[in-house]
Design a protein around this ligand. Structure first.
Ligand code: 9UX
Length: 72
């Protein structure tokens, strides 16, 4: 549905990377929950669609130095 997205994230190579991404996404206005899977290179994000969305979430991940795209 429109309040959840899967991001494919490239460049996370250790658990400190995935922790940073999880913390960073959690701090984005409108984000309700974040789960990052380091080995899969994916993040599942639930959000308030009135406040944020995949485009903004991707930008936040890229600002942390990783590449991201929405895959679902
Ligand atoms: Mo780990 Mo990630 O030493 O940028 S924090 S590789």
């Amino acid at each position: 549905s429109d309040h959840r997205t899967t991001l494919r994230i490239t460049g996370m190579t250790c658990s400190s990377c995935s922790s940073a991404v999880e913390k960073g996404l959690s701090g984005v206005e409108g984000v309700r929950s974040v789960t990052v899977n380091l080995l899969a290179g994916r993040a599942e994000v639930e959000f308030d669609p009135d406040k944020t969305g995949p485009r903004h979430l991707i930008e936040a991940v890229e600002d942390m130095g990783f590449e991201a795209e929405a895959t679902g």
